[in-house]
Design a protein. Sequence first.
Length: 202
Amino acid sequence: MRVMSDDHAHVQEFFTARAAGWDGKFPDDGPAYAAAVADLRLRAGDRVLDAGCGTGRALSPLRAAVGPTGVVLGADLTPAMLAAAVAAGRDRESALLLADVAALPLRPECLDAVFAAGLIAHLPHPVENLRELARVVRPGGRLALFHPIGRAALAARQGRQITPEDLRAEPNLRPLLCRSGWRMTSYVDEDARFLALAVRED
Ligand SMILES: C[S@@+](CC[C@H](N)C(=O)[O-])C[C@H]1O[C@@H](n2cnc3c(N)ncnc32)[C@H](O)[C@@H]1O
């Protein structure tokens, strides 16, 4: 029997309460998701995972990027977020998995890329959890850590200050990715987007 951790229970409680209104809260984010997916430089036929896919806001641009011969998977821990994805018809463009990204039911090196929007702040063990994402991506494959708003703007929206310990600060994120099997290749943190790209090391 699998025992749910406190971390998982907290994530599920938080996002279950927000699932129904998630897409309506930020209705203008679509172009930012499409642009971030474009920066991942997927090719027709690629296999990509949306880790922490939530209601599946990235799934349409991911499907468009890999085309009908590609594979798009969306994995999320919160059933209510996946239910909202199904209600929006996003299960037609991807296979949705109720799964913890810390223990994916996927073979090693079976993917070309992982896209993760708004996920990293929720990971209880970032090094181990990012290493699990590296496990399922082939050497040379890519990772995008995205948020449709930059760190400073998000902190202001949430009424808090950015601290130097913030995982997504470049001086913290670069070594974190390195310890997890990734090499960061670009980093953008501006009001309108946060996007860190990395390549899976051999
Ligand atoms: C901020 S939301 C972002 C959802 C979606 N990616 C988007 O951009 O709209 C974070 C999502 O990550 C999921 N999540 C958090 N920790 C997770 C984990 N360990 N495994 C799978 N999903 C997780 C939550 O359930 C939630 O749906």
